[in-house]
Design a binder for this molecule. Structure first.
Ligand SMILES: NC(=O)C1=CN([C@@H]2O[C@H](COP(=O)(O)OP(=O)(O)OC[C@H]3O[C@@H](n4cnc5c(N)ncnc54)[C@H](O)[C@@H]3O)[C@@H](O)[C@H]2O)C=CC1
Ligand SMILES: O=C(O)C(=O)[C@H](O)COP(=O)(O)O
Length: 376
């Protein structure tokens, strides 16, 4: 058996070596010639798994260590006997941490009381649900839009996109990139979308670049239909629109899901999927060597601080998006390299907070976010 693995998937080396010939390659170098006699591809978003790559190959199974799977031509796979899997939810907590950091940075910069604001969440799956819980915890009013879920679960708890456009102060997008069908999301945020916005919301795109139309969002910024654009995912990555970047409030190179925890889980889910498909006896395989946070203990003295300020201290001590934003703006041509060399980021449960003068209610919220609390 031959397995071709993207060489930027961490913690996977050694998993399959006793069972198969394993080749590690950059996604961009995974060519038809390389995959023609492969049985398995373990990929990321950078390998476009379509007819051009797969035609005439012996590939039977594709595991992508990502949530999104818009890089896989699922119709082609279905008609050519190729099974595939993604890693649902693997890095959803990482995206939650990214959004938490965005909210705290915006609140500090613009002097916002988050609990006075309405958050519109478009796409309420693994990521959107976590963002909803986060915003609820921050006291925000949450507007949930997810027509596919609404059709199967009923309308209770959901609102239309129109309501989000009219009522939200912040809109965050967490939909898959769908090019066709009634739930198509390609250019969901286009000129008519921006024209319908009522409250000059902040727009956050950390799902896929193609969900927001570049020219339309630039016009929306210029005409102040939105008050800010926060962007992690860009059209035509890595060749992004630098003019849009210069007008973006917080800009990052598609790293919202790049916590080490999320990466490790994506790897584990992919290895287990290949194991299940080929029955390799790797049921107990787990990633090892996940990097520890540099400063795993966070001391917070809550004296004189509001609850929002205490939560901001905790969140920003784990991940401050302003650092990624600055690095990106100074190295715009290095989009893929910044992703490949992304520094260690760990999610909230990797940290312990030592609280002083913090109420039980706020400590409960820190716990709900996933932090450990040292009460000594
Ligand atoms: N920037 C990053 O690093 C990351 C980006 N992503 C992106 O975020 C997307 C969402 O991730 P998950 O929540 O894990 O996916 P998911 O599949 O769990 O949830 C997606 C939700 O969107 C809903 N949806 C589909 N079409 C819709 C539409 N037209 N309008 C409103 N809702 C719609 C679905 O019903 C589903 O509930 C992924 O597909 C991926 O493209 C995910 C992880 C990391
Ligand atoms: O999981 C997803 O979907 C994402 O967007 C990932 O964060 C993308 O990671 P790469 O596969 O591009 O490394």
């Amino acid at each position: 058996m031959k397995i071709v693995i993207d060489d930027k998937i961490p913690y996977i080396k050694g998993a399959f070596e006793e069972k198969a010939e394993v080749i590690y390659l950059p996604g961009s170098k995974t060519t038809p010639d390389i995959v023609k006699d492969a049985d398995v591809l373990v990929t990321r978003t950078r390998t476009i798994c379509n007819e051009k790559l797969l035609s005439g190959s012996s590939v039977k199974f594709i595991a992508t260590a990502t949530i999104g799977f818009d890089h896989i031509d699922i119709d082609y796979c279905a008609t050519h006997g190729i099974q595939w899997t993604n890693a649902p939810g693997c890095n959803s907590k990482s995206v939650e941490q990214y959004i938490a950091s965005v909210l705290m940075v915006l609140a500090t910069k613009k002097n916002l009381q988050l609990k006075e604001l309405r958050m519109g969440i478009v796409g309420v799956g693994n990521v959107g649900k976590k963002i909803a819980r986060l915003c609820d915890l921050l006291g925000m009013k949450v507007l949930l839009n997810d027509p596919p879920r609404e059709r199967t679960e009923g309308s209770s708890g959901f609102v239309s996109l129109q309501t989000v456009m009219e009522e939200a102060d912040i809109i965050t997008l967490h939909v898959p990139l769908n090019m066709k069908g009634e739930d198509a999301t390609y250019h969901l945020a286009d000129e008519p979308f921006f024209a319908k916005l009522k409250r000059q919301p902040v727009l956050i795109n950390s799902c896929r670049g193609e969900v927001v139309e570049t020219e339309a969002v630039k016009t929306a910024i210029a005409q102040q239909q939105i008050s800010s654009f926060v962007c992690d995912c860009w059209e035509h990555e890595p060749g992004i629109d630098l003019d849009l970047l210069s007008q973006t409030e917080l800009a990052t190179p598609h790293i919202a899901g790049y916590s080490k925890d999320g990466k490790a889980l994506g790897t584990q889910m992919s290895v287990h999927a290949v194991n299940t498909f080929f029955n390799l006896g790797l049921n107990d395989w787990q990633p090892s060597g996940v990097e520890k946070p540099q400063n795993p203990v966070i001391e917070i003295n809550g004296s004189g601080l509001t609850e929002q300020q205490i939560l901001a201290k905790a969140i920003l001590a784990t991940y401050d998006i302003r650092q990624d934003d600055a690095t990106f703006r100074n190295n715009t041509a290095q989009f893929e390299q910044l992703r490949g060399d992304y520094p260690t980021r760990r999610e909230f449960p990797a940290y312990t907070i030592i609280p002083t003068k913090i109420t039980d209610e706020t400590i409960a919220k820190l716990r709900q976010l996933g932090f450990n609390i040292d009460n000594k």
